[in-house]
Design a protein around this ligand. Structure first.
Ligand code: PLP
Length: 410
């Protein structure tokens, strides 16, 4: 399978420890060689030697837009100038939620943001924070279950400011029907806001084609931008002129270096910038994005589906693994690039696998999650990880007490 894989060469663009199978690229992508080289260059040459002249000389000032344009083809943002790299998902959601309230809210009437109870918590927390700031007259979080979204859009349509969902569920990998939900959202006069944290770089989305209003996504997961890499933000061009966002910092000003006392937003997507970009992180992410040069998201998806299908087929036929309960959709086409299993000892199991050279992760309360980054996971890695998983279960290695010690980050 590796021999006939047209993307197998991508693995050579990464620095991975020998003998380790890394199935956690959905939490923190691996290190691209080009990213390491850029980190050294940015620190030694650009910062060390060229100092402040680098803002112009090495175009630091252009990084947020430049990296945004590199993300754009992976998320179906075909009109230029709609994606910008900045801040974290949480902060970008705050800016976009405020923009939605401004564009579409009205006290006592449209005041609800619909989301799903099982969404990634920070997304929900950001709405809660905004609701506290503005009062529930202006912003109220409405939660439903994964399969009740369309029914809730119908029921609460007149009250909805926006529908905010994560395209690929962070635990189960369940993929929402973005085209249908977005069009139903628009049919009731609400705005669509999608979190692409587990989509960008692994699962195709066509934001322009489906008229999505706003989206956010992560730099450090499938995009391999490095720990704490800046996130990205998409805003459809048709909204740009009307958008107001409250973190109106100088980098989003029309003329930041005029130093005028009052704020005038920059035209276009740059009005979503707030403060000075984290140049080192963003440079590293810029270099990391070059892994995707000449690779289509359709090819990445095809490989990702083949990887998860291969892994799950092996697990399903193993008599030693019958206690692992599939917590992802059965159909590889209906899930993202990850597979989750419920197991009462998921935490200890995960720690034991790491000790045996297979890195997966644990998500509370009882989920063992494997992520299959199509850029650097091979079919051989799947075979190896399956063998280690079988051995770990069969030998009950995970029952050793050291594997149950909870650490700060799980
Ligand atoms: C990883 C992840 C985030 C991370 O948010 P940050 O503010 O960038 O730390 C947000 N949403 C989802 C769905 C995620 O999976």
């Amino acid at each position: 399978m590796d021999e006939s894989d047209a993307l197998s060469h991508l693995k050579t663009k990464f620095l991975l420890p020998n003998g380790l199978v890394y199935l956690d690229g959905n939490s923190l992508g691996a290190l691209p060689k080009a990213a390491k080289e850029r980190a050294i260059e940015v620190v030694e040459q650009q910062w060390g030697q060229d100092l402040i002249t680098s803002w112009n000389k090495h175009a630091w000032i252009a990084l947020p837009e430049q990296v945004g344009e590199k993300v754009a083809p992976l998320i179906g943002a075909h009109i230029p100038g709609q994606v910008i790299c900045c801040d974290s998902i949480s902060v970008n959601l705050f800016k976009l939620l405020c923009a939605c309230v401004h564009l579409n809210g009205s006290a006592g009437k449209r005041n609800k943001i619909l989301s799903q109870r099982d969404n990634f918590p920070t997304d929900l927390y950001m709405v809660e924070g905004l609701a506290t700031l503005l009062s529930e007259n202006h912003c109220e979080l409405l939660l439903c279950e994964e399969d009740e979204v369309l029914a809730n859009i119908q029921e609460h349509g007149d009250d909805l400011i926006a529908v905010m969902l994560t395209h690929v569920n962070f635990r189960s990998g369940y993929i929402h029907d973005l085209p249908t939900i977005t069009s139903q959202t628009h049919a009731v006069g609400a705005l669509s806001l999608w979190d692409l944290a587990h989509s960008a770089g692994a699962v195709p989305v066509e934001l322009d084609e489906h008229n999505v209003d706003f989206a956010v996504g992560c730099g450090y997961k499938y995009l391999n931008g490095g720990p704490g890499a800046p996130a990205f933000l998409y805003a459809a061009q048709r909204h740009h002129d009307a958008i107001q966002q409250p973190l109106s910092g100088w980098m989003g000003h029309a003329k930041p270096f005029d130093f005028t006392p009052s704020y005038t937003p920059a035209p276009g997507i740059k009005r979503f910038l707030s403060g000075t970009p984290s140049v080192i992180s963003m440079s590293v992410m810029d270099a990391a994005m070059d892994v995707f040069d000449g690779v289509s998201i359709a090819e990445l998806r095809a490989k990702s589906v083949a990887l998860t299908r291969f892994f799950q087929a092996a697990v399903a036929q193993s008599s030693y693994l019958s206690d692992l309960e599939l917590a992802s959709p059965e159909d590889a086409g209906a899930r993202g690039s990850q597979i989750a299993y419920a197991h009462p000892h998921a935490y200890a199991l995960c720690q034991a696998l790491i000790a045996e050279g297979v890195v997966a992760d644990f998500r509370a309360p009882n989920i063992l999650r494997f992520g299959f980054s199509p850029t650097f996971v091979s079919f051989e890695d799947i075979a190896t990880s399956f063998a280690v998983l079988e051995h770990t279960m069969q030998s009950k290695l995970y029952e050793q007490p050291q594997f149950s010690q909870k650490q700060l980050v799980t």
